[in-house]
Design a protein around this ligand. Structure first.
Ligand code: KIV
Length: 279
């Protein structure tokens, strides 16, 4: 069957049919193209950009301009996957008007198909406002890295009955507000399964167990490119960083030793032309 562009209806149909939805992050043209070719359903231009590409120590400093710049590159590399632009901290928190304006920039300027924003019940009115403005919103609950300080660190959420009850209520409220999908980060498997049954929209887990409608991971973690730390929920499918470092060190050695470039990497000029030049 020939592949077509992924749609919101297609994602919902997958949930209803019990087919798993796939999501990976991308931040640049060539990685997006490889991910798209791998057959992923959705690509998230996550604000994890700040940590895995820009070298910040958290996602908090990431700006709208940085996000839009990378979203545009991913757009150029993507043919089929549904693109989700992650709204950075304070781009949607001050007022609903500002949230709509900034969400609109992801669609109009960067070519994203939708936006994602973090928060539970308290963000439901903002989600509704952005959706009412015609922009699809993916919600994000559980561990919300932009407000990790408020959560007292990068901790699993919903581990007691009250916390779990609040997560389930948040999921219901965001569904009712019109979100088309829900990311759930670092929550107990059983609570993620309960939420997945409780809402009509697809749920995407990251550290939320196997019973979500789909899964997302940060691509740099999957490929072993981010070496600072590896969260418990990550599966590294390949460990590229040591291979890349070895290749780069070999290049440095070969240039220093005069091994590279070899004759096969150069361009020849005919002997008579060289004679003319000299003569
Ligand atoms: O920024 C990001 O990459 C994310 C995912 C971890 C869900 O929000």
């Amino acid at each position: 069957m020939s592949r077509t562009k992924v749609t919101i209806a297609g994602l919902k149909a997958k949930k209803d049919a019990g087919q798993k939805i796939t999501m990976l992050t991308a931040y640049d043209f060539y990685t997006a193209a490889m991910i798209d070719q791998a057959g992923v359903d959705t690509i998230l231009i996550g604000d994890s950009l700040g940590m895995v590409v820009l070298g910040y120590t958290s996602t908090v400093p990431v700006t709208m301009d940085e996000m839009l710049h990378h979203c545009k590159a991913v757009r150029r590399g993507t043919e089929f996957a549904f693109l989700i632009g992650d709204m950075p901290f304070m781009s949607y928190n001050v007022s609903r008007e500002e949230a709509i304006r900034n969400a609109g920039r992801f669609i109009k300027e960067a070519g994203c198909d939708s936006v994602k924003l973090e928060g539970g019940t308290e963000m439901a009115p903002t989600v509704k406002a952005v959706v009412d403005a015609g922009i699809p919103v993916c919600a994000h609950i559980g561990l919300t890295p932009q407000t990790a300080t408020k959560l007292s660190g990068f901790k699993v959420q919903g581990k007691d009955a009250e916390g779990a009850r609040q997560l389930i209520q948040s999921a219901r409220d965001l569904d009712a507000a019109g979100a088309y999908m829900l990311v759930m980060e670092c929550i107990p498997d059983a609570i993620a399964a309960e939420i997945t049954r409780a809402v009509s929209i697809p749920t995407i887990g990251i550290g939320a167990g196997p019973d979500c409608d789909g899964q997302v991971l940060v691509t740099n973690d999957v490929l072993g490119l981010f070496e600072k730390f590896v969260p418990k929920f990550v599966k590294q499918y390949v460990n590229l960083a040591p291979q890349i470092k070895a290749a780069l060190a070999e290049y440095v050695r070969e240039v220093q030793d005069g091994v590279f470039p070899g004759p096969e990497h150069g361009f020849a000029i005919k002997a008579e032309e060289l004679d003319k030049l000299k003569g």
